[in-house]
Design a protein around this ligand. Sequence first.
Ligand SMILES: [Fe+2]
Length: 210
Amino acid sequence: MREECGKIERVEMSIWDCCELLNEYVDESDPDLDEPQIQHLLQTAEAIRKDYPDEDWLHLTALIHDLGKVLLHPAFGELPQWAMVGDTFPVGCAFDESIVDHKYFQENPDNKNPAYNTKYGIYSEGCGLHNVLMSWGHDDYMYLVVNENKSTLPLFGLFIIRYHSFYALHSKYALYSKSKVLIHVEKVKPYYLSLINKYFPAKLKWRCRS
Ligand SMILES: [Fe+2]
């Protein structure tokens, strides 16, 4: 799936247009979210903005953290939900018991492969998280897009985007900011457009399955 998403096909689209496109989707892996994605993005961003008013890069990071889900859209190759959403976890080493639905790894061939089923597997102790291959999802995809389009977001923003579904590490903001209070999109739009302008090119190139 990682290779398929890395095909040379590219869609050109701005960050905001992408937010609006994602609006048509609800993440099936999310049991208590029945609102459109743009509300989830804005509610998370506005909650963080309230707590850290001076960290504008963090507001933008929150806004775009789930944009990788755009690969679910037909215009981006319409990947199945299982391939893009849900928790992420390291592969190439034993599946930790803290991973959600750990019992299903019984059926996974990696579970029986002695190269992969030990504590460190293909890695060595202290090798660094950036050297660990994570299961594929919208996190790693969005990290790829942000990097390829030469965003000036600080490294910590990139870290959040890349690992926010890594249950053992992720911040709880995205989960706890899901309120039923709808954000007035047009009211906050100019603020987020100014941040997009500051940290991103006008149009981004998005890799996708052809
Ligand atoms: Fe996410």
